[in-house]
Design a protein around this ligand. Structure first.
Ligand code: GLA
Length: 379
């Protein structure tokens, strides 16, 4: 934790320098983390359970205020600049939509934005399923409505998460659930977050020491990802309509006995069994049983592959590979699917071995559960 904060301050110093060179002012700097989901996939938009953690990769947004209702934005990652007129903001179909969308939703929620100069620097890989978009949205929202320095939490964090999700749903046009924005706002270092996506009640579950999150990036993102995501949402809505209730309230015996098309039955079965697996995984973690936790991860992957059909050959191969490595408790695809990353829980003493093996076929990031979005001070 201290190490991460130290690294953040170091990075913030550099970013402040870049900002001053570009905008001639000293900024305030905000940071929001990417995330990895340990278990509970495609359950958030079904009012179910998820168990993500923030990771040590994240997005920095440096900001200074303007008074002309404009956002002058520069992205270091794209090496691109743009100007957004808050009163005339329209989606353009690129990265600037996350910034404009958040500004529009803040205004709709009653926060008046004078305008801002913004510089964005991120180390969350794009399109890898590690929530680079949620990290950007949350850091931008904090930068645009920062509150006074002595009380930076102007917006209550649950509201902040919902507002960023709305930006993505209504402005960017992606029908994501609440998981990614919520974890960026509520993560706690060293812990997984157990979230009930219906009530938004949450609890922290400590990851035992000596275990690391090992993320393996297939570096592929199949074109179907967005359209298939929306299709799964629609199929879940159809299945829920069939049962006359949210899939959260459906029992496995209802699914097995239902006279419904096989495809809808399998979609429902994934959601119902996945919710049960999250509860099982939480209990396992609370009693320190990483083997049982890992076993739930493997079964989650199989269900996503066979019943929900959102995995792909590259993800399946990485999970199969991790399974054969020493010190791996569990492994599965993480995020929406159709490419992106796998997450494996790995014993620290076998970390080098596991990392080296996975690195032969994937880009690998090692992390501990990181903290939530913050304003970086004292840089
Ligand atoms: C994406 C979405 C999330 C969630 C996952 C699947 O990451 O943004 O809301 O639905 O897919 O679990």
């Amino acid at each position: 934790m201290g190490e991460t904060l130290g690294a953040h301050v170091f990075r913030a110093k550099q970013i402040a320098g870049d900002f001053e060179a570009r905008f001639g002012e000293r900024p305030r700097i905000f940071h929001a983390p990417g995330r990895v989901n340990l278990i509970g996939e495609h359950t958030d938009y079904n009012e179910g359970y998820v168990m993500p953690a923030a990771i040590e990769l994240g997005t920095f947004v440096a900001a200074s205020p303007r008074t002309d209702r404009r956002l002058a934005v520069h992205s270091m990652q794209f090496d691109e600049s743009c100007e957004i007129e808050i009163d005339a903001a329209r989606p353009r179909g690129d990265w600037t939509d996350y910034v404009a969308g958040v500004a529009v939703m803040l205004e709709r929620a009653g926060f008046r934005i004078g305008g801002a100069n913004l510089l964005i620097a991120s180390d969350v890989p794009l399109g890898a399923g590690l929530s680079s978009s949620a990290a950007l949205e949350v850091a931008v929202a904090m930068a645009l409505a920062p509150g006074p320095v002595e009380a930076p939490a102007l917006i209550e964090r649950r509201t902040l998460a919902k507002l960023c999700q709305r930006a993505e749903n209504e402005f960017v046009g992606v029908q994501c659930g609440i998981m990614d924005q919520f974890i960026a706002c509520h993560a706690r270092a060293g812990n997984l977050l157990m979230l009930d996506c219906r009530s938004l009640e949450y609890a922290y579950v400590r990851l035992p020491g000596g275990v690391k999150l090992v993320i393996a990036n297939t570096m592929v993102r199949h074109d179907l990802a967005a359209s298939e995501y929306n299709k799964r949402r629609a199929e879940c809505a159809m299945a829920a309509a069939y049962f006359g209730k949210s899939l959260r309230d459906v029992k496995l015996s209802d699914v097995d006995g239902a006279a419904m098309p096989d495809l809808l039955r399998r979609r429902a079965r994934h959601v119902v069994t996945e919710n049960a697996r999250v509860l099982e995984a939480r209990a396992a973690l609370e009693r320190g049983d990483l083997r049982a936790f890992g076993n739930a991860m493997y079964r989650s992957h199989a269900s996503l592959r066979d019943d929900y059909e959102v995995s792909c050959a590259e993800l399946d191969a990485l999970v199969a590979m991790a399974r054969d490595l020493r010190g791996v408790h569990g492994s599965r695809m993480t995020g929406g699917g159709f490419g992106g990353c796998t997450i494996s829980l790995v014993e620290e003493r076998h970390l080098d071995e596991a990392r080296r093996a996975l690195m032969r076929v994937a880009e690998v990031y090692v992390s501990s559960p990181a903290g939530a979005a913050v304003e970086i001070m004292d840089f």
